[in-house]
Design a protein. Structure first.
Length: 291
């Protein structure tokens, strides 16, 4: 078994165990608290978007990472729903949201999120984006700033230049059709999707997006006026492979005028699953400081 395969196995196992723990705590919260919980969908252009909505208050929209689904936020939903109206959507082609005909880009995913915000008349929302969801948040803040009250970015690059050659090699290995990660992600998607026959098309579109995007320039980020929290970590499997493991996060926070950086020491790309209490505290402190 090669080093890359071992790394994938360790990372997948760690993430799976963290998710199962978070999901068990979430189910216990659901049984104990009986929070308002709406599962629904809207038609938006060429796709049907599936989403969850919890509780009431100022809206917080959670945007998940690539090949993932809205339930990957179960470590955050109970904590945020105590004070906010929390929405978690499945992105285009992910989970139970359909793929549609348009190319997969972060700017397109931003338009999809904007359609949900406008259809539900949410007004400006607080965005919390992880990985691809963070890239989508950047695109939304640039294209539709009137819809964004604030942003929290986790594990978020802004340009393919943020990846070292080692990181690019890791991403390429993950995207191989029969990698352990890809087999697992495809199996999960097949269980959830209403379009199992589009698995190959979805994977091809994701490969193109991951290898060519994001492509935001620092000058673009400089136009974002949205209050932003960048949550960095020093063990991100894709973004910390530089002499300074926090460099990408520092660059992101420095480029956005109203941004600040907080660091989860020892955190990985899935820190919101593995260290939900720490991440939740940072998110809540940031949101409450906006009042």
């Amino acid at each position: 078994m090669g080093t890359q395969m071992v790394d994938e196995l360790i990372q997948s196992t760690r993430m799976s165990l963290a998710f199962m723990r978070d999901y068990a705590a979430y189910r216990l919260w659901m049984l104990r608290e009986h929070p308002e919980n709406l599962k629904s969908r809207i038609e938006a252009g060429d796709i049907s978007i599936h989403y969850h909505c919890y509780s009431r208050g100022e809206p917080v929209l959670l945007l998940h990472g690539g090949f993932m689904f809205s339930e990957t936020w179960v470590g955050q939903i109970p904590a945020l729903a105590q004070r906010y109206r929390v929405l978690a959507m499945d992105s285009r082609g992910h989970g139970r949201t359909t793929l549609g005909k348009r190319p997969l880009t972060y700017r397109q995913l931003a338009e999809d999120a904007a359609a949900l915000i406008e259809r539900l008349r949410l007004g400006p929302v607080h965005l919390v984006g992880w990985s691809d969801g963070g890239c989508t948040s950047l695109a939304l803040a640039l294209k539709r700033p009137q819809l964004v009250r604030s942003m929290v970015l986790l594990g978020t690059p802004f340009n393919t230049d943020n990846y070292s050659e080692e990181a690019k090699s890791k991403i390429d290995a993950i995207l191989r059709p029969f990698s352990l990660s890809m087999l697992g992600m495809r199996a999960i998607r097949r269980l959830m999707t209403t379009e199992p026959e589009k698995g190959g098309e979805f994977s091809c579109k994701m490969r193109k997006m991951w290898t060519e995007l994001p492509d935001f320039a620092p000058e673009e980020l400089g136009r974002i006026q949205t209050p932003t929290l960048v949550i960095g970590c020093d063990r991100d499997e894709f973004l910390s492979l530089t002499p300074d493991p926090l460099q990408v996060f520092k660059d992101t926070a420095a480029a956005i005028p109203n941004a600040r950086l907080e660091v989860v020491e020892g955190g990985t790309h899935t820190m919101h699953m593995e260290r939900p209490n720490k991440v939740n505290r940072l998110i809540l402190e940031f949101l409450q400081g906006l009042r």
